[in-house]
Design a protein around this ligand. Structure first.
Ligand SMILES: [Zn+2]
Length: 405
């Protein structure tokens, strides 16, 4: 049977329409709690029948590195995307990493489309569209955020609001994700893509813990659409880009270590540069606070900074560039001299003055650290034995194309 090799892994040619879903911020408990509440019967059936697994995502447990790992089948050291945001040493500038020029590997989606498969990509936020759709030929690729602006030339489809039958959703809403699922079902009913990738947004997961009404409503919605895709004959693989945890003190206020403020008081102003790779244009629901940060600092000061940070309560790991590159499989040229991971209920900031937390209308929940690494892998087909291997979210394409029957 024909197979396609991408980034050193072989993928069997699609036998039936195949859908891979990345549910943003999907801590495993969201699934079990929604099932327990009786609102997600389709997911419940998958959980019960041995078609659900726990795996690990990529650290930093952020959206872009993990979405790109899922569609390339490899970790960031190969594809190059290790954050939403980074400090480009060559350009001496802090820049968004959402341009395809930063991508160092081809995607499985692109390679399948180039070999003649019908490929569709629907993302919630537009920030991911260009990276995920890079290299896809004759395919459909759009975001719910800009669904009103699609053209045949740019997106392979137009009049998307009419096609999906929903109004343009707000970028801060559960509707942004529902639009992705609704579009996926519509595409399956009409175009019937051979390979489709759906990627949602974690607006709900940042706001509502597992088992709450707000969360269960989201998973009930997702359950309905997954069940529809299943009825339409699609092979489905569901995973997540990262988990999600409360990042609050006992009084409910955000539990933040402001790294730049610490460094400035230890070393003097501007001797070190803190970069938060969670930073993106959509910070209202997390204030750009996550559990992973990287520091650029002169070699002569690194040992002192490292010692002091290791002694700071709430810090879980302080790694050198090469230690972090090895442990988390990251491209060393795109991370700082030190990599800092905070504990489960702690986030890292730059300076207190630089974080606008006024938009937080619920106790802070976020991600980025090792504590958000466990993610679900869920299939609507039986998967060949995988118990001996450490499953990663970026194995989902391999599992869904090669290992289901
Ligand atoms: Zn995410």
């Amino acid at each position: 049977m024909k197979s396609i090799e991408v980034n050193g892994r072989a993928y069997s040619w699609v036998k039936q329409p195949t859908v891979v879903v990345c549910v943003d911020g999907c801590e495993y408990d969201y699934l079990t709690e929604a099932v327990k509440a009786g609102v997600a019967p389709f997911i419940g059936a998958l959980l019960q029948s041995g078609k659900a697994f726990k795996g690990d995502c990529v650290v930093p447990t952020f959206t872009n590195p993990n979405n790109l790992s899922i569609v390339t089948g490899v970790p960031p050291k190969v594809h190059g995307i290790c954050g939403n945001f980074f400090y480009d040493r060559d350009a001496d500038a802090e820049v968004m990493m959402n341009d395809a020029k930063y991508l160092r590997a081809e995607t499985i989606l692109a390679r399948f489309s180039q070999a003649g498969a019908k490929v569709a990509v629907v993302t919630a936020k537009d920030k991911l569209r260009k990276l995920l759709g890079h290299g896809v030929v004759n395919g459909i690729c759009f975001s719910s955020e800009k669904a009103d602006q699609c053209t045949i030339a740019e997106n392979g489809i137009d009049k998307v609001l009419d096609f999906v039958g929903l109004p343009l959703p707000s970028v801060y809403s559960a509707d942004l994700s529902e639009f992705v699922f609704a579009a996926g079902v519509k595409l399956m009913q009409t175009v019937r893509p051979d390979l489709m990738y759906l990627s949602t947004t974690d607006y709900i997961q940042h706001k509502y813990p597992p088992g709450t009404d707000g969360a269960n409503k989201f998973y009930a919605m997702m359950d309905r659409y997954l069940s529809e895709l299943d009825k339409l004959g699609a092979v489905i693989g569901v995973t997540a880009d990262h988990g999600m945890n409360a990042k609050t003190k006992p009084d409910g206020s955000p539990n933040v270590i402001y790294l730049q403020d610490h460094l400035d008081s230890w070393l003097g102003a501007s001797k070190a540069r803190v970069i938060l790779p969670i930073t993106d244009p959509y910070v209202v629901h997390h204030g750009a606070l996550g559990s992973f940060a990287t520091i650029y600092v002169d070699a002569s000061l690194r040992a002192e900074v490292s010692t002091k940070l290791k002694a700071t309560p709430g810090i879980e790991q302080v790694l050198t560039n090469s230690e972090a590159a090895e442990q988390f499989e990251l491209p060393p040229d795109r991370i700082g001299d030190l990599v800092i991971v905070s504990e489960k209920n702690v986030v890292l900031g730059t300076s207190a003055a630089k974080h606008d937390l006024s938009g937080l209308d619920a106790p802070l929940r976020s991600h980025g650290g090792v504590s958000e690494q466990t993610i679900p892998l869920l299939f609507n087909r039986t998967v060949n034995a995988t118990t001996t291997r450490r499953l990663r979210n970026f194995d989902v394409m391999d599992l869904v194309l090669n290992q289901t029957h």
